[in-house]
Design a protein around this ligand. Sequence first.
Ligand code: GTQ
Length: 349
Amino acid sequence: MEAATLYPKPESSPEREGFYRRLRQLSAAPVWESLGDLIPTQPRPACVPALWRYAELRPMLMEAGRLISAREAARRVLILENPGMPGAARITGSLYAGLQLVLPGEDTPTHRHTASALRFVIESNGGYTAVDGERATMRPGDFILTPSWTFHDHGNPGSEPVVWLDGLDLPIVNMFDTGFAEHYPEETQPVTRREGDSLLRYGSNMFPVEYNRDGMAAPIFTYPYSRSRETLQQLYKNGPLDPRRGVKMQYINPVTGGSPMPAIAAFLQLLPAGFNGQPYRSTDATIFCAAEGSGTSRIGGETFEWRRHDIFVVPSWRHVSHSVEQDAVLFSFSDRPAQKALGLWREEA
Ligand code: GTQ
């Protein structure tokens, strides 16, 4: 075990306390009183391991659907708040997550913001997200991007509720005080490109001749589940199986091979029937959503039983291991690229 702190607080005395009080009046403070908190020997996240059951949240989401329209709410979302940080609109220290509902016949106003967003589709029969003039039909398991400062709106021309998991880097954007947002001049942005255009143009192992990369996000914004799921299945047959992660792939920006958006990485993994994973840990707190199946995850000594569409969180540097009886597929996302860009990311198998 590492020492809990390298810097225990020095003893207090009336003379020292008086000095600290006078410092506070000058907006100054003695570092030796807080050095142990400022420089921990290992991460001490406020974020705690947690699980959200879809079976419990879905009825609440439908109740929200009766209380407020998608247009009035602008975004009808239930924020998933980490129990270690209530009221902070965070699922981890650096990321926001929520469940968004669009009812049949509804759409949401078009806007853009500096925060980047991802969507992981839970229920949809004909729902869509539009990004910069192109609509993508949402199907269960699809992973969809809304890169920073792209105009986006969502709609549901179908006859059943559409629900997805939102992930945004809002806490990071707001930590830097770099949040900007604006409405599109009209409620709904015009459709200017055919559905599937960017995936064909930039997601076919070819780029248009004279294509010049611009922007930091992937030029494709939808990663259909049908493709990703088939890939995992075939790779499982090919082997080998990672004893910690099963068959785990990361979604990429095809231009760079890096993450689809600058601060957020996303992953899809197959845990084959009978998988009993080894523990590992990394510094990027990770949000998981079960796309298929059910299983058990040990997170920092606690056990969580998850079912399809449940969401759970592994805080920074907490060990996690997954086990399943039948085939299961987990989607996950984290701030790994932001940590890597700053030279901070660590993992331990
Ligand atoms: O869909 O644009 O969960 O702007 C929070 C803020 C979703 C969105 C959220 C947003 C959105």
